[in-house]
Design a protein around this ligand. Structure first.
Ligand code: HMG
Ligand code: MG
Length: 306
């Protein structure tokens, strides 16, 4: 049996460290450090970098410098710089900042929706309608992110139909891509496949992405399980940065270096230079004053140090 034949040959990795990763850091990170991180990641070859978040600075203070960051980054041809936009205020700021993609972020869990964006799922979709229409009119890509698709820190179980329902609503809003997110990192491989296959009944499988956090050490297994059902877009965070301010105890996103090492081993093309990502991981870890959370990144750095 040729198992490899069933896996995608090319995978898109969306680097979310500068936003999903850094948003959770308690210490204020200077805009210049964020800019350098994004520029280093740009040089590594990512086609999409989540660089900013235009949310209330009272809710997520770390992202308050997003406009400053977007103004200072080196814009590389072919790279899409994305920004989170919960409402029209966020959209206007993202447009002014030159974001190439805006991200509306909802939830498959009512409880999480209330905690994260202070409204019900239905209210959030109504808010997103204006953002979606404005994105269409301005020719910006629109991405929909669905938090807590595998479990919720407040309500526990999240049924498949709840995920499918939000995927369907985001499709109707005209999303180019929809992220199925394991915000608290509780998914396991079979569950991952069940959720992805159910989501794919509502939206083109090739435009669904897997956004995994590694709280229970399952993220790489879940990515492999997703590849097996044909998912070919994944989110990851350099050096495993991250967590979510509204999901206590959730650790970072799966580390980009680990995902790239996996893809290299599987012979799957990503177009990204792992060595440059390792350097970027070392850079941000040094700034944060702690060892990075990427196993592959640390192993490669140790080998280099020889
Ligand atoms: P609200 O308080 O319900 O909104 O917040 P409001 O419309 O009543 O406005 C209240 C104040 O916020 C006003 O200011 C607005 O101007 C301001 P005030 O008059 O009090 O001075 N405001 C804004 N300021 C800047 N930018 C904006 C904006 N909107 C309102 N866009 C809101 C609603 C959604 C804004 C708020 O709940 C919020 O900002 N939440 C942030 C949520 C967030 O960023 N969470 C983390 C990202 S999600 C995530 O990480 C998960 C994900 O990675 C996937 C995964 O891992 O699962 C995507
Ligand atoms: Mg996340």
């Amino acid at each position: 049996m040729d198992a490899q034949a069933n896996l995608p040959q090319h995978v898109k990795i969306v680097e979310v460290g500068p936003r999903d990763g850094l948003q959770n850091e308690q210490q204020t990170i200077p805009a210049a450090v964020k800019v350098e991180l994004i520029d280093r990641l740009g040089r590594a070859g990512f086609a999409n970098i989540e660089a900013a978040s235009f949310v209330s600075p009272k809710w997520v203070p770390q992202m308050a410098t997003s406009a400053e960051v977007m103004a200072a980054i080196e814009r590389r041809a072919g790279v899409i710089y994305s920004a989170l936009t919960p409402n029209m205020q966020g959209f206007d700021a993202a447009l002014a900042a030159g974001a190439g993609e805006v991200v509306i972020f909802g939830s498959a869990s009512e409880a999480f929706s209330q905690k994260n964006i202070n409204c019900s799922i239905a209210e959030s979709i109504a808010r997103f309608e204006g953002v979606a229409q404005a994105a269409r009119e301005r020719g910006l890509r629109l991405r929909g992110s669905i938090s807590c698709a595998f479990g919720c820190p407040y309500q526990g179980e999240v049924p498949l139909h709840a995920v499918a329902d939000v995927v369907g609503r985001m499709r109707e809003l005209g999303c180019d891509e929809i992220d199925i997110a394991d915000t608290i990192g509780v998914a396991t491989p079979r569950k991952t496949q069940a959720v992805m296959l159910r989501a794919a009944q509502e939206f083109d499988l090739k435009r669904l992405s897997g956004h995994f956090h590694d709280t229970y050490g399952q993220a790489l297994a879940n990515i492999y399980a997703s590849l097996e059902v044909g998912i070919a877009i994944f989110h990851s965070s350099v050096s495993g940065l991250g967590g979510c301010p509204y999901a206590k105890g959730a650790t970072g996103n799966v580390a980009t270096e680990d995902v790239l090492y996996l893809m290299q081993g599987l012979g799957i093309d990503t177009g990204i230079d792992l060595d440059i990502v390792v350097d970027a991981g070392q850079f941000i870890s040094q700034h944060l004053g702690r060892k990075g959370a990427s196993r592959a990144g640390n192993a490669i750095a140790a080998k280099r140090a020889g």
